[in-house]
Design a protein around this ligand. Structure first.
Ligand code: PEP
Ligand code: MG
Length: 755
């Protein structure tokens, strides 16, 4: 008999048992009889997990008195091994296996051969199904296949009849007790909430098919639809989708057209399963095989297949949409393999407290957006999707790069303390909202915020910033699947200006390209850049793609009609680049003037100082600009020749170091007296110790991440500028061995909090 026929014959009978009015134990008793008979096996037993132990729940062939008496720890005996490793055993001589544990009460000594499979529910082993025979023979593949299929059906039967021990879960500690996973902190912060999978797991309601032909047709159509989706994703590359990169898409394609995969699903349908159950069955089998192969590359590809399999399941079951479409009901920590920026933006910001990604990197667009949203993100949390379950409690500590899954009470208590401290601080900062930040000696420091999302502006009054010192216009480009049309740009800029009222907003023209690539702007040469941060990006790209800059210039000029407009160009490396960019604006201005449009009341142009070379030609640049903003993120990566996106270098060089501080001091001196406004808009200004250093260097204007406004205002009020200025001059003249430590000590001695 073929595997399919054997399984089908069993399934038909099981179907009747499942539909019958027997109580759960009665059903299990019938099940072991049916399987034993069909496989001509003297013994068939079912062990289920109860209170962390595998308990014999039903048997044909072993002593009935052993039922609910024989218990094995997970990992103990053959059944324990099957459950522990979620693997199949097929042995001609059971007693010869090193893990064989003899249980006299079962009377199993008469039987030699043994085959067992795990019963898996939601990726966890909840029990085992095994057959035994007195002849010492290995079971045939068809029999094993049939057992596996039956085990799958059983898992549903068991779950629906409340036989799954939810308390202890399945596999020992792995999925029940507290777990800690480490990762890479992508956006700092702490958060708590329940785990929600971005791609919700599919509930399979029916496993046994009523009509095999109907199921076959459903899978066929689902495959078609899935292939269309993959093609569409590939054609729009990274954006508007899940942030999948090319390599993943290629693998998706390979699997989507893989004959073997669809054939195996069809075979599973032949054995009597529904389309959903067949897809899951094949996936389970693949998972089991993969456990035996220890190859990280292959494991990655299996991840891809797993994702695709879930996609197919979602299509076939009609359970489409992400967790965002279903809506968040509680404070949520979102779990995903990867995420696109647009997908992140679909979530309700009030409920979304944190994000944990299995992949992710510091420069991923989604991370830039999450930072702007103030949502902590932990990336590279390997295996998180296998450890956490939907609805589990999760404490995310992106400050320490860890996540606690199902935390113990002690951990919870510690977190409660930390939250309380954070809240206290935030309350103190909130009180500073309407307080103007003056230093102790009465100098007004301008504290502006960095923004980029439409929603950011709403927080402008809340955080009490002096305006927006850096509006990253590229965010709109990053979250969009196609080039944002000029009208859309105008609308955004106008809304931003409206919301900001009389506070200034500095619009930075698009800083895309290089590592912030968008799919709809292509360049052959740029595609394979080895050093994208130093490549075809920002103004370099914008000047070459003049249409892009023209459209943005017009959008900004129109949006600011009747108001003051601040325009800033990123990555200016030589003064002529500034001139060229400004000329584009002048051209658009002339056009609008000719059309008798209402023009901005005033326009101020500025440049970002991110490329060290520009500092050497400030004398030429300063007369042309009205403000200069130092982008310390890029500037320091270029000064130290240290990729800002490389986690290995993230902690290696310090902003508070003689090289950086001396450089910045020279810029302060060069700008002094020129009438040009000078400010810092990189992350450096948002950290207290660094901000203290900047004040000491002579900076009076900072633009920082919104969450830092309160802490920096508080710092400003404690500083005596002359004092820190003198100390800084001394340190720059003869740097102490550890500049940070010296500054820290200085702050500590004056009771200035800096962490
Ligand atoms: C910078 O480089 O410091 C900066 C503010 O710009 P971005 O982080 O967007 O590159
Ligand atoms: Mg920059």
């Amino acid at each position: 008999m073929s595997a399919a026929a054997a399984a089908r014959s069993i399934l038909t009978q099981l179907h009747e048992v499942m539909a019958s009015r027997l109580h759960p134990q009665g059903k299990l008793d019938r099940v072991v009889e049916i399987i034993g008979e069909n496989l001509h096996s003297e013994v068939c037993s079912i062990y289920l997990l109860r209170e962390g132990m595998l308990e014999l729940f039903a048997t044909r062939g072993l002593e009935q008195s052993a039922v609910h008496v024989t218990r094995l720890a997970v990992g103990e005996g053959l059944n324990g091994v099957i459950a522990d490793r979620i693997e199949t055993l097929n042995l001609a001589e059971a007693a010869a296996h090193p893990d064989f544990a003899y249980r006299p009460e079962t009377g199993e000594e008469r039987f030699h051969s043994f085959a067992g499979v795990p019963i898996v529910y939601r990726e966890r082993a909840v029990g085992t199904l095994c057959v035994q025979h007195s002849d010492p023979r290995r079971y045939e593949d068809v029999e094993i296949e049939a057992l596996q299929t039956v085990a799958m059906v059983l898992s549903e039967l068991i779950a629906h009849n409340g036989l799954v021990d939810e308390e202890t879960g399945a596999l020992g500690e792995a999925l029940s007790g507290p777990q800690m996973v480490t990762g890479l902190s992508l956006v700092k912060g702490i958060a708590s909430g329940v785990a929600v999978f971005h791609q919700p797991r599919i509930q399979i309601d029916q496993v046994v098919a009523d009509d095999i032909e109907v199921e076959r047709q459903r899978v066929y159509l689902a495959f078609d639809k899935m292939r269309d989706q993959i093609e569409a994703m590939a054609s729009q590359a990274e954006f508007g989708t899940g942030g999948e990169h090319d390599e993943v898409l290629q693998t998706y394609k390979m699997f989507a057209y893989d004959e073997g995969w669809s054939r195996r699903i069809n075979e599973a349908i032949d054995s009597g399963l529904t389309a959903e159950a067949a897809i899951e069955r094949v996936q389970q089998r693949t998972r089991m095989r993969m456990r035996e192969i220890d190859d990280p590359l292959l494991a990655d590809r299996m991840h891809d297949l797993e994702d695709l399999s879930n996609r197919l399941l979602r299509i076939v079951s009609g359970q489409l949409g992400t967790a965002a479409t279903q809506g968040l009901r509680r404070d949520t920590i979102l779990i995903a393999r990867n995420l696109g920026p647009a997908e992140l933006l679909e979530y309700d910001r009030r409920r979304l407290k944190g994000v944990i990604l299995e992949e992710g990197s510091l420069t991923a667009h989604v991370v830039i957006v999450a930072r702007a949203m103030g949502i902590p993100v932990l990336g590279r949390a390997r295996g998180i999707r296998g450890i956490v379950r939907d609805g589990d409690e999760v404490l995310l500590d992106a400050d320490k790069s860890i996540v606690h899954v199902r935390p113990a009470q002690q951990t919870l208590d510690l977190f409660v303390d930390r939250f309380a401290r954070t809240r206290e601080r935030q309350a103190a900062y909130a009180e500073l909202r309407d307080v103007e930040p003056f230093t102790r000696d009465g100098t007004r420091i301008q504290v502006m915020m960095n923004a980029g999302l439409r929603d950011d502006i709403a927080s402008l009054p809340l955080v009490g910033a002096d305006g927006v010192g850096l509006f990253r216009t590229e965010f709109q480009f990053l979250v969009s699947a196609t080039m944002p049309q000029r009208e859309r740009q105008t609308r955004l800029y106008r809304d931003v200006l409206e919301a900001a009222g009389d506070k200034p907003v500095v619009f930075r023209t698009v800083d895309i390209g290089g590592d912030k690539a968008v799919s709809y702007i292509h360049s052959e040469e740029a595609e394979n850049e080895e050093n994208p941060a130093m490549g075809w990006r920002a103004l370099r790209l914008a000047l070459e793609r003049e249409g892009l800059l023209k459209a943005q210039a017009r959008a900004l000029l129109e949006a600011a009609s009747g108001r003051t407009l601040y325009v800033m160009f990123p990555m200016v490396s030589e003064p002529w680049e500034f001139d060229a960019a400004k000329a584009v604006f002048d051209g658009q201005l002339a056009f609008l003037k000719k059309r008798k449009k209402i023009l901005p009341e005033a326009i101020h142009y500025g440049a970002m100082l991110e490329v060290p070379a520009l500092a050497e030609v400030l004398d030429a640049l300063l007369p042309r600009i009205s403000f200069l903003s130092i982008g310390t993120n890029d500037l320091t990566q270029f000064l130290f020749a240290a990729d800002r996106a490389n986690p290995k270098l993230a902690e290696r060089y310090d902003w508070v170091s003689p090289a950086i501080l001396r450089f910045l001091r020279r810029v302060v001196l060069a700008v002094e007296g020129s009438g040009v406004d000078l400010r810092v808009c990189g992350e450096m200004g948002g950290r207290r110790l660094e901000a203290l250093a900047l004040l000491g260097l002579g900076f009076r204007k900072l633009s920082i991440t919104p969450a830092a406004i309160g802490p920096i205002k508080e710092l400003v009020r404690k500083v005596e500028l002359a004092e820190i200025g003198t100390a800084m001059t001394g340190w720059l003249h003869s740097p102490p061995p550890d500049m940070r430590a010296a500054l820290q000590q200085w702050a500590d001695e004056r009771g200035i909090e800096t962490d």
